[in-house]
Design a protein around this ligand. Structure first.
Ligand SMILES: *Cc1c(COP(=O)(O)O)cnc(C)c1O
Length: 347
């Protein structure tokens, strides 16, 4: 598949900005090439590496191990949160005012927002009654919509899409498929990363915001074939990932053992909450993520009661597909205990 023919014409033919640091990426004694202030620690006063190659190489190593596959830094592009990459992909592959993307509500709200922001029609193909993908409904738009957003595990429902349906859709789709795996660290065996080589039109999004505990730092990344990655590198702002962010994340991901311990604790607490919450809920939906979608007889009442006592969860009870539903993130043991105590007071 020729990916560049799917990109907007102006983007295929444009020249990327050539920064000082991209023209000379080597090592010198004295840097007088980019109008920096020479006084400083050499990190804050200097422009960062435009690609953050060291960070890319480290992420490639971690992700290759995590998904038992062989990724190189040429399979990775970084963004200020995966939100930024969602916007970049829409700008690369959809022309304002004429093109469309497909998304599958109830799902992550950013796909609609970024479509609106870029004047792209967002075509909804709702998830079915089990919150799984409507294969035929999606493929009805094949060849007409440039971009397809899939989210697995899905936010706010928590479930993974069935592997067979994902495979069928990704194989058949003639445009770009964006598979948002923001929660994949909680169910790594379900990732499509090991299948990347088969699908040059697949852009997988992951993030350090959820399982990795760095939502405040804003670092997300796209894992894809080299054609999609080179387009992302072409359109990104020259120094989109700053030196402090790169340094902080490098430090934090040097050791993956802490990450593994935390994910294990969150999964254990998720299991406990799933069983404890049955006492109060009408329904607890299946989840592969670090949150539970829980249906209550009166979701608003539960939401207000929790809030009155200092606990905020996400209220989806007015959503037509999610009546009475709250999305509850898994917290620490003490935090989860407090939720359970508050719920027991209410009934
Ligand atoms: C949280 C979330 C993101 C956003 O990730 P950032 O890297 O923090 O921008 C993307 N997709 C889904 C489905 C999410 O839930």
């Amino acid at each position: 598949m020729d990916i560049s023919s799917l990109a907007r014409h102006n983007i295929s033919k444009m020249q990327a900005y050539s920064s000082g640091k991209s023209e000379f990426g080597g090592v010198a004694d004295i840097y007088l090439d980019t109008n920096e202030n020479p006084f400083g620690d050499g990190i804050v006063n200097r422009y960062p590496d435009p690609l953050q190659r060291k960070l890319l190489e480290r992420i490639a190593v971690i992700k290759s191990a995590q998904f038992a596959t062989d990724l190189s830094s040429d399979n990775l592009a970084l963004g200020n949160g995966s939100d930024e990459i969602i916007d970049m992909l829409v700008r690369i592959f959809c022309s304002p005012g004429t093109d469309a993307l497909v998304h599958t509500p109830p799902t992550f709200g950013m796909y609609q927002v970024v479509a609106d922001l870029n004047d792209i029609e967002a075509v909804s193909v709702p998830l079915d009654a089990d919150f799984d993908l409507d294969v035929d409904g999606i493929l009805d738009h094949n060849g007409r919509a440039n971009l397809l957003f899939l989210c697995s595990p899905n936010n706010p429902t928590g479930n993974s899409m069935s592997h067979d349906r994902l495979e069928k859709i990704i194989t058949a789709w003639q445009g770009i498929v964006v598979l948002d795996e923001a929660y994949i660290d909680f169910c790594a065996e379900k990732s499509f990363v090991p299948r990347l080589a088969e699908y040059p039109h697949l852009a997988i999004l992951q993030t350090f915001s959820k399982a990795w505990g760095m939502a405040g730092v804003r670092l997300g990344f796209c894992i894809a074939g080299e054609q999609i990655i080179s387009l992302l590198r072409k359109v990104k702002m020259p120094y989109n990932i700053d030196a402090l962010k790169a340094r902080f994340v490098m430090e934090r991901i040097r050791e993956v053992s802490q990450f593994q311990v935390e994910v294990g604790q969150i999964l254990a607490e998720r299991k406990r909450m799933q069983s404890e919450l049955t006492r109060f809920a009408l329904r607890i939906f299946p989840t592969d993520a670090n949150f539970l979608l829980v249906q209550f007889a009166d979701g608003d009442r539960v939401y207000r009661h929790l809030l009155d006592h200092g606990v905020v969860v996400r209220n989806f009870s007015a959503h037509p597909r999610l009546p009475g539903c709250l999305r509850i993130t898994i917290g620490t043991v003490e935090e989860n205990d407090r939720v359970l105590k508050l719920l027991s007071e209410l009934t």
